[in-house]
Write a protein of this length. Structure first.
Length: 257
């Protein structure tokens, strides 16, 4: 099994998307001067980090707007919008836990997490779930139980935690599921994935809340017989690429709009 496994998906939005997905509505004005001063979240000693403060990127897998560091037993899953052939998110799976990461453009002068958190909460509660704001390792986060149909047709509630980080002209959303959504001990490795993540915002003017582009890692000449390849391209990742071990099963993230 290769480093990446594909999952069909639709373009992501700042509020949870349904299983079949819909494109996000981005009607805000373009971000202004991309070189202007920005809020300092994401540039201090604690991550996630802005690309501008990371000097040594040798341990990272470059996925475009998101750079991730490997961990033993980790599998990465790319979510694909098949119609537009666009990568809309990446999910890191460790054991029985997972975290979905997406990076979005944001205004240079203010954060968007509070507003987005309120929208997510309203969306979930409107669909019969529960959502509560609590203080976690990354500040205020949203602890939810989202309704979905069980195997017997009855409604079950799936726990998930929504973490948001406002950075310099970017916003990182992390959705934690599986054991890490409810067990503190299981969340340690998943939190490390979020904390060591790097966001490469780029310099282009982008509408606030628009998904920042992700891509497959750049690759050298590839052996088509390489089983780790995706569409004939073998990952050209960090020095510790072996830490991204294949994983046959993992919890899926269920989101309801």
């Amino acid at each position: 099994m290769g480093l990446f496994s594909r999952r069909k998906d639709e373009p992501a939005s700042d509020a949870p998307e349904s299983s079949d997905g819909t494109a996000e509505d981005t009607t805000a004005d373009l971000v202004g001067d991309p070189e202007a001063d920005a809020p300092q979240s994401g540039t201090g000693e604690d991550g996630p980090f802005d690309r501008s403060v990371v000097e040594d990127d040798s341990d990272y897998l470059n996925l475009g707007a998101l750079w991730l560091r490997g961990a033993p037993g980790m599998e990465l899953r790319l979510e694909i919008n098949e119609q537009e052939q666009q990568i809309t998110g990446v999910t890191a799976v460790i054991g029985e836990s997972a975290v979905q990461l997406q990076a979005f453009a944001a205004p240079r002068t203010e954060g968007v997490w509070v507003e987005i958190r309120n929208e997510i909460s309203a969306s979930i509660t409107d669909n019969g779930g529960t959502a509560e704001v609590v203080t976690g390792e990354f500040g205020e986060e949203l602890v939810t139980r989202m309704p979905q149909a069980g195997a017997d047709g009855r409604t079950v509630f799936v726990p998930a935690r929504f973490i948001g980080v406002d950075g310099p002209r970017w916003f990182l959303r992390a959705v934690v599921s599986g054991r890490a959504a409810v067990e503190g001990e299981a969340a340690t490795e998943i939190h490390a994935v979020v904390r060591t993540a790097v966001v490469d915002r780029g310099h282009e003017a982008v509408p606030p809340r628009e998904l920042l582009p992700l891509r497959l890692p750049e690759t050298p000449e590839t052996d088509p017989a390489d089983s780790s390849a995706v569409d004939g391209a073998a990952p050209d990742g960090p020095a510790n690429l072996d830490d991204f071990a294949p994983f046959e099963r993992g919890p899926e993230i269920t989101e309801i709009r």
